[in-house]
Each structure stands twice: as structure tokens, then as C-alpha cells.
Design a protein around this ligand. Structure first.
Ligand code: ADP
Length: 380
């Protein structure tokens, strides 16, 4: 029987944001020593890990030198230097998710090619090199232009309604995708360990804030027919198995009014749509990610309670040292679990924290979420 000496085991995380911080919380349960690399010495993780290294996770040398004395490397953001991870892997470090899969997922064009090649349903698209090329595709508007690389939280997404919008379009390698008239946005978290064991969580339904262009509220289980939920989970399993990915994967999907599911994009790490699993599921997405990359048996994904998660975003109009208006009232809401991300500075729509509200009556939980959105404010 194998032994696991957690005290001697050093895990490195590329990226020191809130996802890293919550991953550290789970690593603490396993007694694992955690090292973090992030360029911001004030990053969420900075005070909570064994060793915090200030440096760029996009830089070859910073990543290579950070990783070479560690046992296992993982990520909490996908825009990392893949070449350094490949080198570390060649030299015997363990790296999960695998560097070549991070590389594939970093590029929305390659992600789409992967979906098509593997029969994963996704919206029709073409790849374009620059803004000028859009002129040849006027017949495809309205459409969505997405930067192939480095987009996040909607910042690499541009809605093109007509040729009038072209002057503001991205002038970089992009994909031009059919605009989907979706009814719902869904997410399925799926994990796979090295032995090939796979587990999915209940489907999450995301509610988008169109002003901020990011998800503001989500709940699980999604209010969709059982058959659609089963299909969504099957698609997520197919994606992770076709990729052979080890770790946690978030599979974002659109549900169309005629009941079809289209995969939008992938995130190979713990994800915003899985925060609720900390309190609402037997095994949190963070622990599950650790189990997967350590090749331990995956934990139960069962929901202990229905749950709503609200992202706490910096209020528009405030930039500077963060203050939390209405915090006591928020903490006083029955069934509400508050997470603040230890970010000193707020700015409009910055993700500063989240709240998970557990209630088997989803309507009641959603009502509390609306109260939070109305009464709680992050100002400077
Ligand atoms: P990011 O990687 O920045 O999160 P996404 O690809 O998830 O970018 O797009 C952000 C949001 O834009 C989506 O959640 C969705 O609301 C909208 N969107 C993206 N693609 C499409 C599409 N093809 N049709 C309609 N809306 C879309």
C-alpha cells in the first residue's frame, strides 16, 4: 500500500487570486505545503501560503525557477507560460492539468477545433487573423468576435451587430462565432484523476450581468429538465475523457430555446461557477481538484442543499481601498456563507468576494440573493 507524506509534499500554484486562496484552504486540510507564484505581492494568496513568490506566471524563467524544486504544479489561471511547464514536466516534475492541454485551452480557436473534431456540439465559427478580414464576412452578422488568446471575464468578447461596429472590433487573431440565441447559460464541473475516474457535479445555471459582462449570480441545480441535465453531464464527461485531462474542468454551455446544448468554452481549473460546492456539496471543487491531481479517489459530488452563489463585485464609481457597506446584515442572513478575497483595492466590477446561500427552497435563496445585491455594496 502506498504512503502519502503530506508534510514533505510541495504543491505549486501558478496564480495567486481567489481561486488559489480557496485551493489553499483545501490543501490545508490535507496538510500540504503550498507555494504560489503571482506578480502582485498583495494577491489574495500572499498571506496564506507557505511561500509566496513575486513573479510572472507568464514568464518562462519565473515559472521554471518557481517550479523546479516543487513536487506538483497546478494552475488557478490558464494564461501561464506553457513552455516552462513542459520543461519542468520533462525534468520529472508533475504538472496537472497537462501543459499541452493548458496550451490548447488558452486558444479559443484550438478549443473550437477540438470540439468539432470530437463531435462536441458548439456554435459555428471561423478563424480570422485581423479586423480587415471581418469585411469579408458581413453576411455573418450579427456575430460574436472573440480574441483567440488572453480574454477573460468577457474582456476578449465583442458583439458585432452590423458593419457599423467594425471600427471597434479586435484587430488580433480571433474567432467569429454565430450569435447564439440562448435561453440559459449552464456550467458543468467535471473532474478526472490519473487513474481515469471521472465525476461530475450537478448542473449550475448562471445569471449574467450585462453591464459588467460577467456572471453575477448562479444556482444549482439548474432549473432545466432532468433529461437536459443528464445530457449536459454526459457532454462534460465526453470532453474531459477526449482531452484525457487530469484535474478539474469547467464546461460552460448554452441551452437554446429548442432544447439543444452547445459548449461555449472550457476552463481547466476550479471555476467561479463552482464556489457553492464549498458549503453545498460533500466535496468542494477545490478538494476535488486536489484529489484529481494527487490521483486520489474522487469525492462525492452530491449536493447537500440547493444553493445560490452571488459574486460580490466592486460597485461602479469606486476605486481605492475597499470598504464593505452592509457587511453585518449580509453575515446575518440565515444560510449565507460569506467569502471575501483579501483584495485591498476595489474597482468597478472587480470580483471582491462571494456569498453562498443554502436553502432547499431555491426561491427563498434567490430572494436573499436579491436582498444582497440591493443592500450590500463594496465602496472605497
Ligand atoms: P470569457 O472567456 O471572457 O468568459 P465567454 O466566451 O464566456 O468569454 O463569453 C462571455 C459571455 O458572452 C458569455 O457568457 C455569453 O453571455 C456571451 N457570449 C459568448 N459567446 C456567445 C455567443 N456565441 N452568442 C451569444 N452570446 C455569447
Amino acid at each position: 500500500m502506498q504512503t502519502f507524506n503530506s508534510a514533505d509534499f510541495r504543491l505549486g500554484i501558478l496564480g495567486g487570486g481567489q481561486l488559489g486562496k480557496m485551493l489553499i484552504q483545501s490543501a490545508m486540510d490535507f496538510g500540504i505545503e503550498v507555494h504560489v507564484l503571482d506578480p502582485d505581492y498583495n494577491a489574495s494568496c500572499s498571506s496564506y501560503c507557505h511561500h509566496f513568490k513575486v513573479g510572472s506566471f507568464k514568464d518562462f524563467h519565473d515559472v521554471y525557477h518557481f517550479g523546479k524544486s516543487l513536487d506538483l504544479l497546478t494552475i488557478e489561471i490558464e494564461n501561464v507560460n506553457v513552455e516552462a511547464l513542459k520543461r519542468l514536466q520533462e525534468e520529472g516534475r508533475r504538472v496537472f492539468p497537462q501543459p499541452q492541454l493548458i496550451e490548447l485551452i488558452q486558444d479559443k480557436g484550438l478549443q473550437k477545433d477540438f470540439f468539432v473534431a470530437n463531435g462536441i456540439p458548439t456554435s459555428p465559427f471561423i478563424k480570422i487573423a485581423d479586423r480587415d478580414e471581418l469585411q469579408q464576412h458581413l453576411d455573418k452578422f450579427p456575430a460574436v468576435q472573440k480574441l483567440r488568446k488572453s480574454g477573460y471575464d468577457g474582456r476578449g468578447v465583442y458583439m458585432i451587430n452590423s458593419a457599423d461596429d467594425l471600427s471597434n472590433a479586435f484587430n488580433e487573431p480571433s474567432i467569429l462565432e454565430e450569435r447564439v440565441n440562448f435561453e440559459k447559460e449552464l456550467s458543468v464541473l467535471v473532474a478526472r484523476n490519473e487513474s481515469g475516474q471521472v465525476a461530475t457535479y450537478d448542473v449550475v445555471e448562471m445569471e449574467f450581468n450585462t453591464d459588467a459582462n460577467l456572471v453575477e449570480m448562479l444556482f444549482s441545480p439548474a432549473s432545466i429538465p432532468a433529461e437536459m441535465a443528464r445530457e449536459a453531464r454526459e457532454i462534460a464527461v465526453k470532453v474531459i475523457e477526449k482531452l484525457d485531462l487530469v484535474g478539474l474542468l469547467a464546461v460552460e454551455m448554452f441551452a437554446t430555446p429548442d432544447g439543444k446544448l452547445w459548449v461555449n468554452e472550457l476552463a481547466p481549473r476550479p471555476h467561479n461557477s463552482g464556489h457553492h460546492t464549498i458549503e453545498a456539496c460533500v466535496t468542494s471543487q477545490y478538494e476535488q481538484h486536489l484529489r484529481a491531481i494527487l490521483n486520489l479517489p474522487l469525492g462525492s459530488t452530491a449536493l447537500c442543499s440547493k444553493a445560490v452563489m452571488v459574486n460580490l463585485l466592486g460597485a461602479p464609481g469606486y476605486t481605492g481601498d475597499a470598504r464593505y457597506q452592509g457587511f453585518a446584515e449580509l453575515a446575518g442572513l440565515e444560510g449565507a456563507h460569506v467569502h471575501l478575497y483579501s483584495k485591498k483595492k476595489t474597482k468597478p466590477f472587480r470580483k471582491m468576494g462571494h456569498v453562498t446561500i443554502m436553502d432547499d427552497d431555491l426561491e427563498k435563496a434567490l430572494e436573499k440573493a436579491r436582498i444582497i445585491k440591493e443592500k450590500f455594496k463594496i465602496i472605497a
